[in-house]
Write a new protein. Structure first.
Ligand SMILES: [Fe+2]
Ligand SMILES: [Fe+2]
Length: 370
């Protein structure tokens, strides 16, 4: 009888108890002679991680201490498709049976994999018992007859960022590594506590929670939504009297800096928040930085994340003006209408104060309705 190799590949961003349960169930069923866990350098399925490949490799080592962690995809330092990896394994182990295990959601998308016909011949395919959320599992898949915990890496990353309880979903060794290395923004909340007043921190968390909740309806990554929400008011850590000097010292590009400084200096905090997020919190993601920068005055041609933060800042749970709840409800079903309503409300509020109004929100309004 030929030796069996069980292969389990993934981005492991981060690895969780669902991954561990899947591998364990496969091992119990297949009784392999070798277990190879292969972390991807770049996943063909997902956009690039905020965490370096080396960190994902270290997490995989901690999540699967009994398995052999293969670096064949990591060492390529590029996106490697499963068909390449399997061909190589087959060449190196011509007399072995290769068994490949994947989650049911990926199994249901097997036709979208590179060279599915070839893949099918290269290995014996296994997946979880749990039915996929979308699609159907191809009939050649073998099913592992055990229910797996329903855990999503995407949700887990955002849980970690928000300081939510994750111990039931992750191995403690992986969690220790995440905290030791400050991955997934786990150090952001403790740092925010140090620089923001309690009510401002509460508001920032409220904006982050609402942005995360609405992210799927708005078509935005939940982690990015929550991160932008958390950091959008970091500029409020600077006293109002210090905002103009801060902007000048840091040479921030601000439309009508002189007028804003004279009539409404508080508006400068959005631009300062962007600067602080970049310098103190290490944010490089351009969409997140733009969302933070434009959360008060807006900008022409705002993207989805910018609009989401703009709206959530106006109607987060901590806002207690009469229309806030209505706006939240609108934002949950009609992003475009909610953004227009929010912009309209801000302009009306500015007019009601009978003071100077920055022209940018008016320009944004005109660009949307003409
Ligand atoms: Fe703000
Ligand atoms: Fe805010």
């Amino acid at each position: 009888m030929s030796a069996k190799i069980l292969v389990f590949g993934g981005s492991f961003d981060p690895p969780h108890k669902g991954h561990q349960a899947l591998l364990k169930a496969a091992e119990e069923k297949i009784h392999p002679d070798r277990v190879l866990v292969i972390p991807a350098y770049r996943s063909p399925w997902k956009k690039d991680s905020s965490v370096l490949p080396e960190e994902r490799l270290q997490m995989a080592k901690r999540a699967f201490p009994e398995a052999e962690i293969s670096q064949i995809e990591m060492r390529a330092r590029r996106r490697v498709y499963a068909v390449e990896t399997l061909k190589r394994l087959k060449k190196e182990n011509p007399d072995c049976e290769i068994h490949f295990v994947i989650g049911s959601d990926l199994a249901a998308r097997f036709d979208e994999w590179k060279s599915p016909l070839e893949l099918r011949k290269l290995a014996c395919w296994w997946t979880a018992f749990r039915p996929p959320k979308n699609g159907k599992i191809p009939s050649f898949f073998n099913s592992l007859s055990r229910a797996m915990p329903d855990i999503s890496s995407t949700n887990l990353r955002t849980d970690l960022l928000m300081g939510d309880e994750v111990s039931g979903k992750m191995d403690s060794r992986v969690l220790e590594w995440i905290y030791k290395r400050g991955l997934y923004g786990v150090s952001n909340l403790p740092r925010l506590k140090k620089i923001l007043k309690p009510e401002r921190l509460f508001h920032s968390i409220s904006v982050a929670r609402l942005s995360r909740k609405l992210s799927s309806v708005w078509g935005v990554d939940p982690f990015e939504a929550a991160l932008a929400g958390l950091l959008h008011d970091t500029g409020r850590s600077i006293p109002i009297s210090g905002m103009k000097p801060y902007c000048q010292k840091r040479r921030l590009r601000i439309p009508l800096l002189r007028e804003i400084s004279a009539y409404q200096p508080i508006l400068l905090h959005a631009y300062i928040s962007e600067d602080i997020s970049r310098r103190m919190f290490g944010i490089k993601n351009a969409d997140i930085l733009k969302a933070i920068r434009h959360h008060t005055l807006g900008a022409l041609a705002m993207g989805k994340l910018e609009r989401l933060i703009y709206v959530c800042d106006t109607c987060s749970e901590d806002r207690n003006y009469s229309e806030a709840a209505e706006l939240r409800e609108l934002a949950a079903r009609d992003p475009q209408e909610a953004f227009l309503e929010c912009l309209n409300g801000k302009i009306r509020h500015a007019l009601s104060l009978r003071g100077w109004i920055h022209p940018l929100p008016i320009q944004v309004w005109n660009s949307l309705i003409l």
